[in-house]
Ligand binder design. Structure first.
Ligand code: NDP
Length: 294
């Protein structure tokens, strides 16, 4: 009987932990939850059958999942949990974290006999709710295999390399999202200035080679409708592009488009509220061009 635990019941972590609780109910295990705002953990327990517990109790789990904004919050949790962790347990960090932090956290936990895997997720809140997030794992192959049967919220699950590789793949994936979203926004602003109907333009682009998730889903559903539903914060995407930029620096890569993208998103998260949805960055393109993307 496996006991799983989850820290960070946010937009992603809440539904992911709910799938763990459902699997535990079906399989006879337990799912322990903890959240900084304790009321959210209690509500989660009431709704999904997880158990809201204290941090020392939580550290008794066999597999501990974290899904926090950045690696800095994971570092802080590690500090608080350190006296309570048990040798032999696994710490699976689903935060979109920093590869350098993964190496540091892996080393700190190894001293306690705890195995660390970086395992960020993609697919957004829809995939978290459906229980089929894509997961990219960095860490030892045998540790990946040990936790794999317990990923009730996972869909496609891929071991991408050693510790830190999962965070690196996630950062580059999100840098590509940022490039596509930004570039498509620029393209549509140009078309809007020329008086072209943007719905018609997107219909063509989405049947042509310029299409992306940004053109097919994000912009028509969130920007043209002016709804900008806050499911993935602009500040978090700026953080991800910043991690990609750090990797470019570390490897002395020649990646000018990705590097520029990080700078653009850093600026956008200052000008636009970083708590807004990431698609709200296109409001900056609108300001730069004196148009509204409708
Ligand atoms: P949310 O802001 O919705 O949730 C953040 C969670 O972290 C909350 O549970 C929050 O607690 C907790 N938290 C924040 N600060 C602290 C702290 N200092 N100490 C302890 N707990 C803290 O974020 P998301 O769920 O959107 O994102 C989580 C991670 O997943 C990020 O790394 C993000 O980049 C990544 N991600 C997000 C996606 C999305 O579509 N939203 C998609 C894929 C990855 P509290 O309730 O108290 O605020």
């Amino acid at each position: 009987m496996t006991t799983t635990a989850f820290i960070g019941l946010g937009a992603m972590g809440g539904p992911m932990a709910a799938h763990l609780a459902r699997a535990a109910e079906a399989g006879g295990g337990r799912t322990l939850v903890w959240n900084r705002t304790a009321a959210k953990a209690q509500a989660h327990a009431a709704q999904y059958g997880s158990e809201a517990v204290s941090l020392p109790e939580l550290a008794q789990a066999d597999i501990l999942f974290t899904c926090l904004p950045t690696s800095a919050e994971v570092d802080a949790m590690l500090g608080e949990l350190r006296p309570h962790l048990r040798a032999g347990m696994y710490w699976v960090d689903c935060t979109s974290g920093h590869p350098d932090a993964a190496l540091r956290q892996h080393a700190a936990l190894a001293e306690l006999g705890v195995k660390f895997l970086d395992a960020p997720v993609s697919g957004g809140t829809k995939a978290a709710e459906a229980g089929n997030v894509t997961m990219m794992f960095g860490g030892a192959a045998q540790d990946f295999e040990a936790v794999r049967p317990h990923l009730a919220f996972g869909g496609r699950v891929v071991h991408v390399g050693s510790v830190g590789a999962g965070f690196a793949v996630k950062a580059i994936n999100n840098a590509l999202l940022a490039v596509n979203l930004w570039a498509t926004g620029e393209g549509l602003a140009v078309l809007a200035q020329g008086g072209v109907n943007l719905g018609a333009a997107l219909e063509v682009i989405n049947a042509s080679s310029g299409r992306s998730n940004a053109s097919e889903n994000l912009i028509p559903q969130r920007v043209l409708t002016r709804t900008f539903p806050a499911t993935f914060a602009l500040g978090l995407l700026a953080k991800d592009t910043g991690i990609a930029s750090d990797l470019i620096g570390q490897h002395k890569s020649s990646a000018p488009v990705l590097a520029q993208t990080a700078a653009l998103w850093r600026g956008a998260s200052r000008v636009i509220d970083p708590q807004e949805d990431h698609t709200a960055a296109l409001k900056l393109i609108e300001q730069m061009n004196g148009v509204t993307l409708t």
